[in-house]
Design a binder for this molecule. Sequence first.
Ligand code: GLP
Length: 247
Amino acid sequence: MKIYCEKDYEAMSRRAAGILGAQVILKPDSVLGLATGSSPVGTYQELIRRYEAGELDFSKVTSVNLDEYKGLSGENDQSYRYFMNIHFFDHVNIDKSRTFVPDGLAKDSQKACTEYNAIIRREGPVDLQLLGLGNNGHIGFNEPAPIFEKETHCVDLAASTIEANKRFFEKEEDVPRQAYTMGIGNIMQAKKILIIVSGEGKADIVAQAFCGPVTPEVPASILQFHSDVTLVGDEAALSKLMERLEQ
Ligand code: GLP
């Protein structure tokens, strides 16, 4: 695993954008696995800046997003489709018809999952998967569980995730209780993985995920078994991991 320990959120975002940007320069028709949350916002801003400066071209890129809240339409300002549009897609020359996010409004959940798996198979393999890290070690919406789920599935959100994500909603009751997420198997099939973490609040879970036992109770720990993972974090988030690696 490659680790970049950056000074702060801005430096983390620049580093991550550099890695994603290099991927697109080297392979203009890359398939990017994309993520939401507060961690990647700065990365997307930096990619937009580089696009506006003429350094990047997204016209041949395909994207598949990790997850979506069940029950929210793409027009809902809390949906992940909406997030991707306003934070990234609307500002670069990506072909929106080549951007994929699970359908939060699908009538039949099982069918929605099967269809998303088919999209990942058809468009994939993902060249570079961007990930954030949940406070409880989740990746996408793969919550701590007794087993690693392989493919896209509908998940009951953990109480701690609802608590963490309520900051984006008016009130806690508005946070959807379920979501669609790529499975751990889908994520692990990406050729390369880029995980970004920031803030002191993530320091313990980062150390657990990358130095602790590989267990579905800490879903991100499975990344220890992937052969091409780059972790980019700020000093605060990486502090405990660095301590353990130095021991
Ligand atoms: C959300 C998303 C994840 C994201 C995580 C961390 O629940 N489903 O994909 O990585 O939370 O979010 P943040 O970056 O805001 O800490």
